[in-house]
Design a binder for this molecule. Structure first.
Ligand SMILES: Cc1cc2nc3c(=O)[nH]c(=O)nc-3n(C[C@H](O)[C@H](O)[C@H](O)COP(=O)(O)OP(=O)(O)OC[C@H]3O[C@@H](n4cnc5c(N)ncnc54)[C@H](O)[C@@H]3O)c2cc1C
Length: 540
């Protein structure tokens, strides 16, 4: 039998230890002495056990088993627990504490669209909840099975590329395919292509999950968010099957496929998607890194590039002073000769900001964009650090997230939140959130911009703070609530790319307004009259 720890661990499930640089940061900034590093707080080493009994009637279980076969259905406790939660901080805490109040009654791995149609039909008649399940990397409670029922795991069979059309530059892919398999397929296909979508969770998230949660990858500044890539899709709803046609653009009234982008499983199950793909030319990619004297100037340089008409980097990031400081400390850069040189030149510790740039595409294009960025940055006092820091950052673009479990083992509250904001309001919002998060003693607050537009950008907040032992969940709930209220009060969106799930659902009415939320509810009621699809998500 598996332990809770086997389940809660991210991705490849390996035990990762805190590196020396990170240990120093935790000791210096959170005031943790050596004793904290000797034991694991809420390790979750207990074997999984469930007291809940299956709420689905025996004859319905039999019908479902007849559809998919015994081998594609599970009621085993460890499988149910593994499908009960995603990867948000409170969900991980609950697993560490062995709290699983509403596990799914069954996990089903459908093999075909026809099987999904039959399963949805039965669940619609019987009013059994269905939660679509991709890579389970949701950080907003998207896959939490609040009403039990069925967790419909798309990853076992819906994991193939169905078609690549080189003339149209499109791929049609099944929803449960994981990022690396999709990208590897495209990289090898014909003239070689890339999907262009690289969230930090890339290794363990699926194309269907990207679309359903309306995500953004690290190259979104040029390739766009996932909604900019989807041309059409197929979804199975309790009302019937919706399959949209593929056009480069259209004007026959409202487009229907965007309804499912960001629907987070609340309307139906997305089975396949046709997306734009791009030429894969990694040999042409150009990297550049810069340091600025302060955040405001770095932001101005970034905005100027985005509005200058000189093309745009694919990866375009600024780390604020504290994130820059932590990056330098963990890489043990502070105190080196180079650090002293930068300080002497006016790029002062705790004020300076790193900017990372990567441009993909045709050789002449990548050179031109990097050269334009350099010229603009120079005007704003940006000092070029060459290509190395950006390349180094890219090497750990996914693995930096592996640090979360060892941090939680040390009783460090660690979470992230993100928002989108117009340029006008960005600095105000940055200051307000920093000051709110800093109101909790000994909290490290790291903020960056990583998805950039002509009209504004996202802000991404990471915080590390000592856990209040014994009151971990209550403490987080209050802190998180204040954080979201601060973001909204300072004109940030409820989410830029993590989605809403159940965690942010209580803010939907405030964010959208009553009429808009009512409109969403009316659409949901039409497609899912009994409210069986991922109940509670998006506040629907
Ligand atoms: C360490 C870490 C880093 C992250 N970084 C990023 C990032 O950089 N960018 C970003 O956008 N997100 C990021 N996320 C959030 C998460 O990875 C994304 O939301 C991702 O798109 C979810 O994909 P998934 O396959 O894991 O979906 P799941 O977590 O399995 O599901 C997410 C939601 O979509 C629904 N869903 C899944 N598949 C389907 C389907 N076939 N049909 C209908 N509904 C479906 C689920 O019911 C749920 O509501 C990160 C998460 C973690 C843990």
């Amino acid at each position: 039998m598996k332990t809770y720890r086997d389940i809660l661990k991210w991705g490849n499930k390996e035990e990762i230890s805190i590196d020396e640089g990170t240990r120093r940061v935790i000791q210096d900034k959170l005031g943790y002495d050596d004793s904290y590093f000797e034991t694991k707080h809420l390790a979750g080493d207990e074997e999984v056990s469930l007291s809940n009994s299956n709420q689905i009637a025996t004859e319905i279980q039999k019908k479902l088993t007849d559809i998919v076969g015994q081998e594609n259905i599970s009621t085993q406790a460890d499988v149910l627990v593994a499908h009960a939660y995603g990867k948000s901080y409170p969900e991980l805490l609950k697993l560490r504490k062995g709290i699983v109040n509403t596990p799914p009654d069954m996990v089903i791995y459908p093999r075909t669209e026809e099987e999904i149609i039959q399963i949805v039909e039965i669940c619609h008649q019987q009013k059994i909840a269905i939660t679509p399940y991709g890579g389970q990397s949701s950080v907003t409670g998207g896959v939490e099975t609040l009403k039990g029922g069925i967790s419909l795991d798309m990853t076992r069979y819906f994991n193939k590329v169905l078609n690549v059309n080189e003339n149209n530059c499109t791929a049609t892919v099944q929803a449960g395919m994981f990022g690396p398999a999709y990208e590897a397929y495209l990289n090898e296909y014909g003239d070689k292509y890339t999907c262009g979508h690289f969230p930090q969770s890339f290794e363990y998230s699926t194309v269907g999950g990207w679309v359903a949660a309306k995500g953004a990858g690290q190259a979104s500044t040029a390739y766009g968010k996932i909604e900019d890539m989807v041309l059409s899709l197929k979804a199975i709803t309790p009302k019937g099957v919706i399959e949209t046609k593929t056009y480069p653009a259209s004007a026959q009234g409202w487009d229907i496929h965007p309804l499912f982008i960001g629907s987070e499983g609340s309307l139906g199950i997305i089975t396949q998607i046709t997306l734009k793909i791009r030429k894969y030319r990694p040999q042409n990619t150009k990297h550049a890194s810069f340091i600025f004297k302060d955040f405001k100037t770095a932001v101005e340089a970034m905005r100027t590039t985005m509005q200058a008409g000189v093309g745009r980097p694919h990866m375009f990031r600024i780390s604020d002073p504290e994130e820059t400081d932590v990056a330098f400390k963990t890489k043990q850069f502070d105190g080196t000769l180079a650090d002293k040189f930068l300080n002497m030149k006016g790029y002062k510790t705790e004020k300076r900001c790193l900017m990372f740039v990567a441009v993909e595409g045709d050789k002449a294009y990548t050179s031109q964009v990097v050269s334009s960025v350099k010229k603009i940055n120079k005007k704003f006092g940006g000092f070029s650090l060459g290509s190395k820091p950006t390349k180094k950052w890219l090497e750990q673009r996914y693995s930096s997230a592996y640090m979360r479990e060892p941090m939680m083992d040390l009783a460090v509250m660690t979470d992230t939140l993100e928002t989108a904001v117009m340029w006008d309001d960005l600095l105000n919002l940055w200051e307000a959130v920093r000051s709110y998060l800093k109101s909790k003693e000994k909290t490290v607050v790291m903020i960056h911009i990583s998805h950039v537009y002509e009209n504004g950008a996202n802000l991404y907040f990471t915080f590390l703070s000592p856990m209040k032992k014994g009151k971990e969940l209550e403490e987080f709930k209050e802190y998180h609530k204040g954080l979201i209220n601060t973001i909204i009060a300072h004109k940030g969106s409820l989410s830029h790319h993590h989605g809403v799930g159940k965690a942010l659902a209580p803010w939907m009415e405030k964010e959208l307004g009553t009429e808009s939320l009512e409109l969403m509810r009316a659409i949901k009621k039409h497609l899912d009259p009994h409210g069986i699809m991922n109940p509670g998500t998006l506040g629907l």
